[in-house]
Design a protein around this ligand. Structure first.
Ligand SMILES: NC(=O)c1ccc[n+]([C@@H]2O[C@H](COP(=O)([O-])OP(=O)(O)OC[C@H]3O[C@@H](n4cnc5c(N)ncnc54)[C@H](O)[C@@H]3O)[C@@H](O)[C@H]2O)c1
Length: 253
């Protein structure tokens, strides 16, 4: 198993991509701490992993709450002795272009999609330094590498986190701490509900996916989870500061 006994934290792991990543890391031997805003969903993910013979525990956490984040990281290191992998995944999508997006929506987007990753990484790196290695994964989006219509708050924050990834990668390479950005395209999870509303419903979104994505379909959670495993493990041991795009060709189609 390629992550035998590694300790991982995954935020937003109560559903969708975060849950898929937590599950695949646990299957490869990691001890995974499930940190979702929802206590129920955190427990559900952890219980599912344990049922399959893996190791996981729920530590419900709001990534926008700095003291809760400190408790999450310090508590994990207190219980398991170290932190090898941080997958800072939770984020939000606020709809609207320049004139539609609210000021509050813009502020919330920066708080979750950028600041929360910064806070998580800032707390994680001293622990990783102490053990001579670490892999940090920030979830961005393919929307961070190309321009998409009508989602100004999302595009700007997802692009910003890619630049933060590169800066952290550069500064911490000498400590054997790698930092990469995960950039999925369309994955069918509840996360897309706001954009679906904005587009005019399910049918319109299905047509968009079929017509705009060169591969003509959604990504599965499993396909994105494989990339999470790659970034978390030594399989990507010489890769840092990169934005890994997994989107069926959408961003250049
Ligand atoms: N689904 C997609 O198509 C897609 C594509 C590109 C990027 N992403 C990125 O993936 C992440 C989430 O997507 P998903 O598909 O896994 O979504 P999802 O809706 O399936 O799951 C998101 C989880 O995050 C949790 N969450 C929300 N706010 C939180 C907070 N403040 N603190 C902790 N947990 C919180 C929710 O409770 C939920 O369980 C986002 O960062 C998003 O930008 C998703």
């Amino acid at each position: 198993m390629i992550l035998e006994d590694r300790v991982a934290i995954v935020t937003g792991a109560g559903s969708g991509i975060g849950r898929g990543g937590a599950e695949i890391m646990a299957r490869e031997g990691a001890i995974v701490v499930i940190a979702d805003l929802s206590p129920e969903r955190s427990e559900e993910t952890a219980a599912g992993i344990v049922k399959e013979g893996g190791r996981a525990e729920a530590r419900p956490t709001d990534v926008a709450d700095d003291s809760a984040m400190e408790e999450l990281i310090k508590g994990t290191v207190g219980d398991h002795g170290r932190l090898d992998i941080l997958h800072s995944h939770a984020g939000i999508q606020v709809e609207g272009g320049l004139e539609e997006v609210t000021l509050e929506g813009m502020d919330d987007s920066w708080k979750l999609n950028v600041r929360a990753h910064f806070v998580a990484a800032r707390l994680a790196v001293p622990q990783m330094k102490a053990h001579g290695r670490g892999s940090i994964i920030f979830t961005s989006s393919n929307s961070g590498v190309f321009v998409d219509a009508g989602i100004l708050a999302y595009i700007t924050t997802k692009a910003a986190v890619i630049m933060m990834t590169k800066q952290i990668a550069l500064d911490y390479a000498k400590f054997n701490i790698r930092c990469n950005a995960l950039c999925p395209g369309w994955v069918d999870t509840p996360f897309n509900d706001p954009y679906m509303r904005q587009m005019g419903g399910r049918q319109a979104l299905e047509e968009y996916v079929q017509n705009q994505i060169p591969m003509g379909r959604w990504a599965t959670v499993g396909e994105i989870a494989e990339s999470i495993l790659y970034l978390a493990s030594d399989r990507s041991s010489f890769m840092t500061g990169q934005a890994l795009v997994i989107d069926g060709g959408e961003c250049f189609g």
